[in-house]
Design a protein around this ligand. Structure first.
Ligand code: LRH
Length: 476
C-alpha cells in the first residue's frame, strides 16, 4: 500500500487546524501540525471572517506538514463550519471576506423570504431546521450584483484555491437550505422563490469525491508531487460524526464546539410533522446517511463570556472556569440557552441577565464568572437531555450510549452533568473528531474506484483504525 501521508484541514469558528496522518511501521500516527485562532470581526461591512488570516495560517501549516513527511503527501481534504460562503470574480477568486453567519443582516432577509415561500413549505422540501444563519437567507441578503456571481462554501473554496475543481459537497450543501431532500439536488422551487440563479450554483458531489491535484506554489515542494485534493464531508459536524468509532444503533451524539449538535444518525431522513414542528434537522451525513439533530448553543456562551471578563480585567481559561464552577451548588433556575439573543456577539453576561429579568428571575453579578459559568453548564446539560428525549421520540430509537466529541467534550464537569441529566452512558470521543472523520473519509475514498460511493462500513472501519492511533506533537 501507498506509504505516503495524508493531511486534514479543519476550519473552526474559534480555531483552525492542519493535521498529518503518517504510517510508521504501517501503523497510523497523527500529528496536529499547526493550530491557529480564528474569529469573526466587526467591520464597516458587517461581521466578517478574515480570509487572508485563514489562508496564511493554512499555508504555514501545509508548509510545516510537508517538512514533517519526507515520504510525501498523498491527499489533502478540508472541512469547516457550514453555511458561510464566498462569491467569486472572473478569476475564481473571492470578491470579499465572507460574512459570518451571526451577522444580523439575515433577520430582515429571513422575514422577507418567508412572505414569498413559507417556512413550512421550505421545511417540507429540505427537511432541515429553519435557521436564520442558513446560506439561503444570507444569499437572499446579498446585493443583486453579487447574486449573479458564482459562489462556493468556505471549505470548498479553500480546496479550490489549492487547485480543486469548484464543487458543493453534499453534506455541506444540505445546510444551505437549498437542497431538495427527495431529489438530493438544488431545489428549483426555493431558488425561484429567492430569485437566485441556478447558473451561479456549484456542481454537487458526494463526500469522498476526488477533485484534482494540488497546484500553485506548494506543489513545487517535493512532498506535494502528485497530491490529490479530496472533498471529505466538508461540513465539520458531518466529519465529526464520521469520526465516531461506534457500532450498533443505540447511540446518540453531541458534537460539542462553538455549537452543540445533539442528535443521531439515521438510514433515512425523518421529516414528519412532529420533527418539523420541533425544528429538527436532517442534514447529509457521510456514507449516504442522515444527521438527525438540533443546533443547541454551545461553548459560544462560555467563549463570549470569557471575552467580556477579559475586557473587564479578569483572565479566565475554560479549565479554570470549570474548576471554579464545579465547586458551586446547582443553580435554582436555568437559562434558556437557545434564546436567539444569546447567539449574538458581545456582552454575554448582560444578555444572560436580560433574559433572567424578562423571565422575572433574579439577576446574577455580571463579574461573578464562576456563577455564570455554573449556570451555563447546568443549563446546557438540561437542554441536551430535553433534546435527546425528543430525538428518541422522533427517530423511534432507544438510546443507551451518548458519544461526546469535539473540543467541548474535554469539559469533564459538563460531561458529568450531561450523564446525570440524560441517564445515558457517556463515551468521550476525540476532541479532534472532525479531523478523524476527515481522514476516515479520505482513506475510504482512496481505496474506492472513482464514481463508486463510499459506504458507512468503510468509514466506521477507518474511524476505528484511527481511534487508537497515537498523537504526536510536531518535532520542531
Ligand atoms: C459547527 C457548525 C454547525 C453549523 C454551524 C454553522 O461548526 O458547522 O454544524 O450549524 O457551524
Amino acid at each position: 500500500t501507498d506509504p505516503r501521508a495524508l493531511i486534514a484541514i479543519d476550519l473552526g469558528a474559534e480555531s483552525c487546524r492542519v493535521s498529518l496522518l503518517r504510517w510508521i511501521d504501517s501503523k497510523p500516527t497523527l500529528t496536529l501540525v499547526h493550530r491557529f485562532p480564528n474569529s469573526p470581526r466587526e467591520t464597516p461591512q458587517g461581521l466578517r471572517w478574515d480570509l487572508a488570516h485563514i489562508k496564511k495560517g493554512l499555508h504555514q501549516g501545509l508548509t510545516e506538514a510537508a517538512a514533517l513527511a519526507p515520504e510525501g503527501i498523498r491527499s489533502i481534504a478540508v472541512d469547516g463550519w457550514a453555511v458561510d460562503y464566498v462569491r467569486l470574480n472572473e478569476s475564481s477568486v473571492a470578491t470579499a471576506d465572507p460574512y459570518c453567519y451571526r451577522d444580523e443582516r439575515t433577520l430582515a432577509s429571513e422575514a422577507a423570504l418567508h412572505k414569498i415561500i413559507s417556512a413550512d413549505r421550505m421545511r417540507e422540501i429540505t427537511g432541515i431546521g429553519i435557521l436564520r444563519i442558513n446560506t439561503l437567507y444570507q444569499q437572499s441578503a446579498d446585493t443583486p450584483d453579487n447574486q449573479q456571481r458564482p459562489w462556493l462554501n468556505l471549505p470548498e473554496y479553500i480546496l479550490h484555491t489549492l487547485g480543486a475543481r469548484p464543487v458543493a459537497e453534499y453534506t455541506n450543501a444540505t445546510h444551505t437550505q437549498m437542497i431538495d431532500l427527495a431529489t438530493r439536488t438544488w431545489s428549483s422551487e426555493i431558488l425561484t422563490a429567492a430569485s437566485l440563479p441556478i447558473t451561479t450554483f456549484p456542481e454537487l458531489v458526494p463526500p469522498g469525491t476526488q477533485l484534482g491535484r494540488l497546484t500553485g506554489p506548494l506543489a513545487a515542494l517535493p512532498a506535494y508531487k502528485d497530491t490529490i485534493l479530496i472533498a471529505p464531508a466538508t461540513h465539520d459536524t458531518a466529519s465529526a460524526i464520521a469520526g465516531i468509532p461506534a457500532h450498533g444503533d443505540d447511540w446518540a451524539y453531541i458534537s460539542s464546539g462553538t455549537w452543540s449538535l445533539v442528535g443521531t444518525l439515521l438510514e433515512t431522513p425523518s421529516n414528519h410533522p412532529e420533527a418539523a414542528a420541533d425544528n429538527f434537522t436532517n442534514l447529509g451525513a457521510a456514507g449516504g446517511l442522515t444527521c438527525f439533530h438540533k443546533n443547541v448553543n454551545g461553548m459560544w456562551l462560555i467563549r463570549q463570556s470569557i471575552d467580556f471578563w477579559c475586557e473587564n480585567g479578569q483572565t479566565w481559561t475554560v479549565q479554570d472556569l470549570v474548576a471554579a464552577a464545579e465547586k458551586l451548588p446547582a443553580p435554582t433556575d436555568l437559562l434558556d440557552v437557545d434564546d436567539p439573543d444569546l447567539l449574538l456577539p458581545g456582552h454575554m453576561p448582560q444578555r444572560i441577565n436580560k433574559q433572567l429579568t424578562t423571565r422575572s428571575l433574579p439577576k446574577i453579578d455580571e463579574n461573578d464568572a464562576p456563577a455564570i459559568a455554573n449556570l451555563i453548564f447546568h443549563s446546557l446539560a438540561a437542554r441536551y437531555a430535553q433534546v435527546l428525549i425528543h430525538i428518541a421520540l422522533h427517530s423511534g430509537k432507544t438510546f443507551r450510549r451518548l458519544f461526546l466529541v469535539g473540543g467541548g467534550s474535554q469539559n469533564l464537569f459538563l460531561n458529568r452533568l450531561t450523564e446525570a441529566a440524560t441517564g445515558l452512558q457517556v463515551h468521550r470521543g476525540s476532541q479532534e473528531s472532525s479531523t478523524l472523520g476527515n481522514f476516515a473519509i479520505q482513506l475510504a475514498s482512496l481505496e474506492t474506484p472513482e464514481g463508486t460511493p463510499i459506504t458507512p462500513a468503510q468509514i466506521s472501519h477507518w474511524a476505528q483504525v484511527l481511534e487508537h492511533a497515537p498523537h504526536t506533537a510536531p518535532k520542531n
